[in-house]
Design a protein around this ligand. Sequence first.
Ligand code: UDP
Length: 333
Amino acid sequence: MTILVAGGAGYIGSHAVRQLIDRGERVVVLDALLTGHKASIPEAAVFYEGDLRDRELVERVFTEEDIEHVMMFAAFSLVGESTEKPLAYYDNNVHGTQVLLEAMAAHGVSSIVFSSTAAVYGEPAYTPIEESADTKPESPYGETKLAMEKMMKWCEKAYGIRYVSLRYFNVGGARENGEIGEDHNPETHLIPIILQTALGQREHITIFGEDYPTPDGTCIRDYVHVEDLIEAHILALDYLKRGEKSNVFNLGSSAGFSVKQMIEAARKITGCAIPVRVGERRSGDPAQLVASSNRAKDILGWNPQRTTIDKIIADAWNWHQRSPNGYQERVER
Ligand code: UDP
């Protein structure tokens, strides 16, 4: 079975590539390396360097490789950046998905597991958020992911392409052996910033606001371990292979942790002081985002085993210690 992993050199996609290979699947990675890392791609995967928006290249991949299923991770994913560059987000995310779906329709590939986001909900009316909640994105990023979901819905009706859209909450951690992990430039996510501070690469971490209506005043988020998250993708692939209908699932832990709780947990695990400053709120940050993942548990049989704060931080810390400068230190393949 050959699976195309679009965006397979990124943080989350690279974990999918490894788990698929562990399962004995043949994996083809297509990645433009705009934010991904060539060094994260294992020898066992076939690699095409290039962009989903490149129709000729995408056509070539589908012609040369016997693609049967697709996992789609190739997208820009920063809320703040998306408000400054909305058109770049529409171009890369929406147009890229369009070209991918065109190739799938042309080559009779009829199932896709899709990386979506909690950002499609915007500021939630209630928590934990269920899949039936209103979708009111508050950023171009969330808006483009919702547009991509809708595009797939119409492609199902027209071309019979079934999809599972997985709406991630906050993803953290790394593969347990530390060979791959999170490496963004610039880094904006909480866990790597905390750990870079622990390593002394930053003087302090700035807490973005402590006047939110939460018990300690800092934002609450729902953190899921990247390896558990990818297990849900594999279950979603099996679900589609069984011929089940398209569906949407939240992926989170159903538990919320504040920014201060995350820093405290990291202090215990790393044994480092992790100096903190309190700054202004970051625009667009909801006070609390917590998922109900019951649907994924009930229908996909998802059973996350590593999704505790301690395990997420410990595995991320292992990666950061092994690769303090991310993939820069790694030998190019
Ligand atoms: N955060 C913070 N300082 C940082 C980075 C993040 O206080 O340097 C907060 C951020 O405001 C949010 C939480 O940590 O409440 C998680 O942010 P992240 O960017 O990791 O994920 P998001 O929730 O935006 O997807």
